[in-house]
Design a protein around this ligand. Structure first.
Ligand SMILES: *[C@@H]1O[C@H](CO)[C@@H](O)[C@H](O)[C@H]1NC(C)=O
Ligand SMILES: *[C@@H]1O[C@H](CO)[C@@H](O)[C@H](O)[C@H]1NC(C)=O
Ligand SMILES: *[C@@H]1O[C@H](CO)[C@@H](O)[C@H](O)[C@H]1NC(C)=O
Ligand SMILES: *[C@@H]1O[C@H](CO)[C@@H](O)[C@H](O)[C@H]1NC(C)=O
Length: 393
């Protein structure tokens, strides 16, 4: 037995030596503690983060580590890319924003990730925007968003919790090939403008899988210029539901295409599956599929609103609108907190076309049947559809 043991351990040592000689997988970890971070939640660790980022970013196969068990206070930071392909930002500890809005250096974005390519942000930690002092200031002035990826390409965000952002939590502009996997986002249902995931500005090819989002605004908001957005197994609530738009504000041109929500559970949200456009816009939103969605006590479970207006003064009706077409709702069931569970309020001049309702079962939470409302909405149904469809054929 003793001989056998020696042979095995010899082999193991040879294997290790060979591995070192060929230089395989010599992944290097850059721990922010080594760069002077204190992690007591009081000391400002911003500089340590910047220094560690600069040291690690262009080292092949590097990991930048925020270790478990500590809380790091950081002010506004810009994480500038590109870095070496495969760079990993591993957040296992907690990262907090300053609690006092007056001590923020910049009031637009807390953590900005710029032009990163083949990059992963992951871990078991919590990124906390300390938003409560911003929410209580009311709706005036600039309120920063927590995390923004600008110009990201092949980015994966995985496992983290992102909580209490002053405004939007996780946002993207001009980004492509993005995966958001098992991320949790949380803020109180009463917090204003706290969208969970916000996609904007010519962003494309997103996979948002197994995320749990509860905030005071949209769980996922798909803005102008977005295309190829796939969402699977989303848990949403509280919040304003899943939203395409708003589009066409201020007579602008909009373009959204190929959005697929495949599996979601919405609980007590103020909208379910919503497409919202302003009067006077132009362009189109099309190729949108919502399927396998369960609703519990949701207001406006299915809604297209081409009269969207959140300005303080009423919006007048106009003849142009963003054209909505080819939208499918398949396998949508559960309960509505409002009498009208299916609402298609389309432009009287442009109209919605090619709307499909199939396998719909939405009843009132209080019991009894719900209703449908249609204005200038055309499409087809495949039974069962309850409440009965009012689409024109
Ligand atoms: C990493 O390398 C890229 C490409 O050469 C460069 O643009 C970037 O500034 C470098 N970043 C850092 C932090 O050194
Ligand atoms: C909306 O997106 C389209 C297509 O990407 C772009 O042409 C248009 O300028 C954008 N509109 C606004 C208001 O940004
Ligand atoms: C409707 O949208 C779906 C999903 O994006 C797409 O596969 C299909 O080709 C579109 N149909 C038409 C007629 O554009
Ligand atoms: C705009 O048109 C819609 C649909 O016809 C109508 O319900 C609404 O009252 C109109 N709004 C205004 C401000 O005229």
């Amino acid at each position: 037995m003793a001989n056998l043991y020696i042979i095995i351990s010899d082999l193991a040592i040879q294997f290790i030596i060979i591995n070192i000689l060929v230089g395989g997988n010599a992944a290097e970890t850059f721990n922010i503690q080594t760069y002077g971070a204190v992690g007591d939640g009081v000391n400002d660790d911003s500089e340590a983060f910047t220094n560690a980022w600069n040291a690690a970013c262009n080292v092949s196969s590097a990991t930048l580590l925020v270790p478990d068990g500590k809380t790091y206070l950081v002010n506004n930071l810009v994480f500038e890319g590109p870095c070496a392909a495969g760079f990993i930002f591993q957040v296992d500890g907690n990262i907090n924003a300053p609690a006092d809005p007056n001590s923020w250096k910049d009031k637009t974005i807390w953590l900005q990730f710029d032009k990163l390519k083949q990059f992963t942000l992951q871990g078991s930690g919590t990124i906390d925007g300390q938003g409560s002092n911003w929410w209580s200031r009311g709706d005036g002035g600039d309120v920063p968003l927590a995390i923004q990826f600008n110009g990201g390409n092949q980015v994966t965000i995985q496992g983290l919790s992102i909580v209490k952002s002053p405004s939007f939590h996780l946002t993207f502009t001009s980004s492509k090939s993005i995966q958001i996997l098992s991320v949790k986002i949380n803020a109180p249902g009463t917090s204003i403008h706290t969208d969970g995931i916000d996609i904007n500005g010519q962003s494309t090819d997103f996979r948002i899988i197994n995320c749990k989002i509860g905030t005071g605004d949209d769980c996922v908001s798909i803005g102008n210029g977005s295309s190829n957005i796939y969402i699977e197994d989303l848990t949403c609530g509280p919040g304003h539901g899943i939203s395409v738009g708003s589009l066409g504000k201020g007579n602008t041109q909009a373009q959204v295409s190929n959005v697929h929500v495949n599996g979601a559970t919405l609980t007590a949200t103020t909208n379910g599956l919503r497409i919202k456009t302003w009067q006077g816009g132009s362009g189109s939103a099309n190729g949108i599929i919502f399927e396998k969605v369960t609703m519990d006590n949701v207001a406006n479970p299915i809604i297209i609103d081409q009269y969207y207006c959140d300005s303080p003064t009423p919006c007048s009706n106009q003849s142009s609108a963003v054209k909505i077409s080819n939208v499918t709702y398949n396998g949508i069931s559960g309960t509505s907190s409002t009498p009208v569970a299916v609402r298609f309020a389309c432009s009287t001049t442009v109209g919605c076309t090619d709307i499909t309702l199939s396998d719909i079962s939405l009843r009132l939470k209080s019991g009894g049947p719900a209703q449908s409302y249609c204005l200038n909405a055309q499409g087809q149904t495949s039974e069962p559809v309850d409440p009965p469809s009012c689409l024109s054929s």
